[in-house]
Design a protein around this ligand. Structure first.
Ligand code: ZN
Length: 464
């Protein structure tokens, strides 16, 4: 009997500890949420990044300004150290001429177009050719040289609205933007016109990165709005001989020196073990990069601010990284990962916010089953904040190169329905970000970092 009463006491004590921790952690999370919702700087910091700095494509004066902005801001929060990490970045410039007109008989239809990032220009001349509409790679192959050579290829496969997570619709469509020019050039096309990557039917063209292939001619690539794509398709039905005229003066200049911006709070127990939080500082050169990824940048900076304000002294070193060059090269993410490897630093977790400043819904975990299991034990703590997605998935572009079979990579998952309305478009501006949704994302990041810092990935027995 004595044995059973002892066992009971132990079990009771364990339960009590768990309950006490659950309560303590609930209170801590509540104070994080209260702080950011009542006194957070995250929205004002986003305003400043969007309006005082503006867009900031790698290699541009805006990007250099953003580096100074990030360093200055992190330095205000009394962190243990703030530094810049050098890297060379590509330098593509849009130029000041972007024109695409459709000519049908004596009618001229002017489009809203934007060159794709990395595209070559039209050599100061006007590129003119018949348009051939294509919806799949198979169709392109079937038309072949005979029907494509000397023409402008119009890639008009829309994002599939049946996908509930819009990233899936984007993922299964964006190959048109990335590879369209290289694929069409194989068949002798002289240029490509790509339907914008959005589910919205409007007049805004969306830019984004594209690539060429070694040994295949580089031809210009331009995106048109979904309205223009629809209209072009309709015009082609009436007149298959329709001609498009394109003029672009974008070009790629030599690489430029730039920086990742890094700030850290040293760990009190395990300073040699690092937890990373970040977003990317660069943005496309149309709009203000508010959702992509100003939101992730200011949310990550706010994590550091919250830890200091609430006197949370983390056990592990918490490092905030504002990565450069996610959009057209990911050299910031790669440079940071090789720095970590060269130094032999141990990173237990890296989290990224790069899916817009919308209401957070949970976390997608690129890690082991046991790491996911630990994260899932925190689920009830997030219930009051309406976060419910705790499942395996993608972390993020910037943190991807850190993958080493041990680190847990995590992506903050916000509601995705409106992201591609603004993504890489002139409408990705501060005014289109909601203050509370942005703040909630920052509180979610801070909370998961607080919990993983406290419990690590060892089995915690924590299952309240
Ligand atoms: Zn992004």
């Amino acid at each position: 009997m004595k044995f059973y009463s002892l066992l009971f006491s132990i079990l009771f004590a364990i339960n009590f500890t768990i309950a006490q921790d659950f309560q303590k952690d609930s209170i801590q999370l509540k104070s994080i949420y209260n702080q950011v919702l009542n006194e957070g700087n995250v929205y004002e910091n986003l305003r400043s990044l969007c309006k005082d700095v503006g867009h900031r494509l790698s290699g541009s004066p805006g990007a250099a300004k953003a580096v100074n902005w990030g360093e200055r801001l992190l330095s205000k929060y009394d962190l243990d150290s703030v530094w810049l990490q050098e890297l060379m970045v590509p330098h593509w410039v849009r130029g000041d001429v972007e024109r695409l007109d459709f000519i049908s008989g004596n009618k001229i239809y002017k489009t809203n177009c934007t060159a794709l990032g990395g595209s070559v220009g039209t050599n100061s001349s006007v590129l003119s050719g018949q348009v051939v509409e294509i919806h799949s790679w198979k169709e392109m192959e079937e038309l072949g040289n005979e029907k494509i050579s000397g023409k402008l290829v119009f890639l008009n496969r829309p994002m599939n609205p049946s996908y509930i997570t819009t990233f899936h619709a984007y993922g299964s469509c964006v190959d048109q933007r990335h590879q369209g020019a290289a694929e069409a050039a194989k068949y002798g096309a002289i240029g490509v016109i790509v339907r914008s990557m959005t589910l919205k039917f409007d007049n805004n063209p969306h830019t984004g990165s594209m690539g060429y292939k070694e040994g295949i001619e580089k031809i210009p690539a331009v995106a048109v709005s979904t309205v223009d794509a629809h209209n072009l398709s309709e015009m082609l039905k009436l007149n298959p001989q329709l001609v498009a005229k394109m003029k672009l003066n974008c070009q790629t200049l030599p690489d430029v020196l730039s920086y990742n911006v890094i700030g850290e709070i040293r760990g009190s127990e395990f300073p040699e073990k690092v937890i990373v939080v970040g977003g990317h500082l660069d943005s496309w050169d149309i709009g203000e990069g508010a959702h992509d990824d100003g939101a992730g940048v200011v949310q990550s900076i706010e994590v550091m601010n919250l830890f200091k304000k609430l006197n949370i002294r983390p056990k592990h070193t918490v490092r905030c990284i504002l990565y450069m060059n996610e959009e057209n090269g990911n050299r910031g993410g790669k440079t940071y990962a090789s720095f970590v490897k060269n130094k032999g630093e141990e990173h237990i977790m890296a989290i990224e916010s790069d899916r817009g400043g919308f209401s957070p819904r949970g976390f997608s975990v690129d890690g082991s089953d046991s790491q996911l299991a630990v994260i899932q034990t925190f689920e009830n703590l997030f219930e009051p904040y309406q976060l419910h997605l705790f499942k395996k998935g993608y972390g993020g572009v910037d943190i991807g190169p850190l993958r080493d079979g041990k680190i847990c990579l995590i992506g903050l998952v916000p509601d995705s329905q409106r992201y591609f309305d603004f993504h890489h478009a002139p409408t990705d501006v501060f005014e289109n970000v909601n203050k509370r949704e942005l703040e909630l994302g920052s509180a979610a990041l801070s909370s998961i970092i607080y919990l993983i810092d406290k419990y690590g990935f060892k089995s915690t027995g924590f299952n309240q």
